[in-house]
Design a binder for this molecule. Structure first.
Ligand code: APR
Ligand code: PHB
Length: 394
């Protein structure tokens, strides 16, 4: 099989890339290890930056998001018995949209299939050959047979556990990693969100986050040790702990049916460079951020905007200069977002091994940030998203 761009992975990164390329007449084939039902059912991130939402709307895949997504003008930070409204709209003139990542994935799959795009489900990429040649080839397994997909370019959008990063020649890449001494226990519950905006809570019992997916679905998280066994957390215990950390009698936490329970480990990870020859990494394949800044999906989209621009220039004008600059352009934003995500994470979580000094310092930091319009503006700029330059892509 031959195509212009071979895309490994059908998460937000791979699907959006295929969609943007299609709009400029560039052909791609997406390989996807899992079934369509599996792809669409996983609960993932839920906050979209202002310009990410705009990109979806302006490229014709934002219709359902406009209808069902929840526009938020800010977030709440709660600590030491007080709740502070971080009003993004007032601070930087833009907000965010709460809309589940798997909903974005559903919308993009539907758009690709409706436009006659090729997504091979249950097609597992095994290895990539000739990464530094002119026709790299992805070897994959489909319907029990080994097949080959040849292309001018391979986009590795196969997430953290994919094969793309591992296919980069040894010695060509450096990775940077940091682990955190905690994880998030998440639940999806059929219950009215406790508040109209997200509440990030720093408490002496640990961090908690009150998020949502719709007016009847809550998405809630509590900080737990990384080696936590979900069996130790029956529903009642989760609700009790959420209530204890929120510690706000003015808000009634509705204990609805728990639909899902999961554990997210916290990690910061970056691969440099993100391109070797004709293989380009994008999204989680190249980097991971801890979820506190709500940046995972947004960063994947930002990579794809750079990759799409480089590929437009290559296929439309034979201009390969974008290949050389791709990695640096992505990494400029990635390291800023790594810093923001690390900052939100360390400011809001409680490290049980930290010194009593550090616990007091954290409260000082929270007061310092929330009492400074300058600091809140910086938070708002980052949370709602650094510039994406959507105009060039639509
Ligand atoms: N062959 C084919 N497909 C693969 C392979 C393989 N060997 N390995 C992984 N995949 C597929 C997965 O099945 C999935 O469809 O690659 C895709 C990776 O998707 P995501 O993990 O969603 O990654 P990405 O598109 O980069 O999106 C980043 O995901 O984890 C969240 O917080 C993160 O929101 C961010 C988003
Ligand atoms: C979510 O709703 O899943 C969510 C929201 C904000 C975050 C992380 C996750 O920072």
């Amino acid at each position: 099989m031959d195509t212009q761009v071979a895309i490994i992975g059908a998460g937000p990164a791979g699907l959006l890339l295929s969609h943007l390329l299609h709009r400029r007449g560039i052909e791609s084939v997406i390989l996807r290890r899992h079934t369509r039902a599996y792809v669409e059912a996983r609960v993932r991130a839920g906050v979209m930056e202002h310009e990410v939402a705009e990109l979806l709307v302006r490229t014709g895949v934002g219709e359902r998001m406009l209808r069902e997504g929840l526009r938020h003008r800010g977030i709440k930070l709660r600590f030491a018995g007080r709740t502070v409204h971080v009003d993004f709209q007032d601070l930087v003139g833009r907000g965010v949209v709460v809309y589940g990542q798997q909903e974005v994935v559903k919308d993009l799959i539907a758009a690709r299939l409706a436009a006659g795009g090729t997504i091979l489900f249950e097609a597992e990429a095994l290895r990539i050959e000739d990464v530094t040649g002119e026709r790299p080839t992805v070897v994959f397994r489909h319907n029990g047979r080994e097949e080959r997909l040849r292309a001018a370019v391979v986009a590795g959008c196969d997430g953290f556990h994919g094969i793309s990063r591992k296919s980069m020649p040894e010695g060509a890449v450096t990775t940077y990693e940091r682990r955190y001494p905690y994880a998030w226990l998440g639940i999806l519950a059929r219950s009215r969100p406790v508040h109209e905006e997200l509440i990030y809570v720093h408490s002496e019992h640990g961090f908690a986050l009150f998020s949502m997916r719709s007016p009847t679905l809550s998405r809630l998280y509590i900080q737990v040790p990384p080696d936590t066994d979900l069996a130790d957390w029956p529903d009642e215990r989760v609700w009790d702990e959420l209530e204890r950390r929120l510690d706000d009698p003015s808000l009634g936490l509705e204990r609805g049916e728990v639909l899902q329970k999961d554990l997210t480990v916290m990690r910061s990870f970056v691969t440099e460079p993100m391109r070797v020859g004709r293989l380009f990494l994008a999204g989680d394949a190249a980097h991971i951020v801890p979820p506190t800044g709500a940046k995972g999906m947004n960063l994947a989209v930002a990579d794809v905007t750079h990759l799409a621009r480089a590929l437009f220039a290559f296929f439309e004008r034979g201009d390969e200069r974008g290949f050389e600059t791709y990695s640096d352009l992505c990494l400029d934003r990635i390291w800023k977002v790594q810093h923001f995500s690390w900052w939100m994470t360390t400011m809001l979580h409680r490290d049980e091994d930290a010194l009593p000094f550090d616990h007091r310092r954290q409260l000082g930091e929270l007061r310092s940030v929330t009492e400074s319009r300058g600091a809140l503006t910086w938070l708002a700029e980052n949370y709602t998203g650094l510039p994406l330059n959507v105009d060039e892509l639509v």
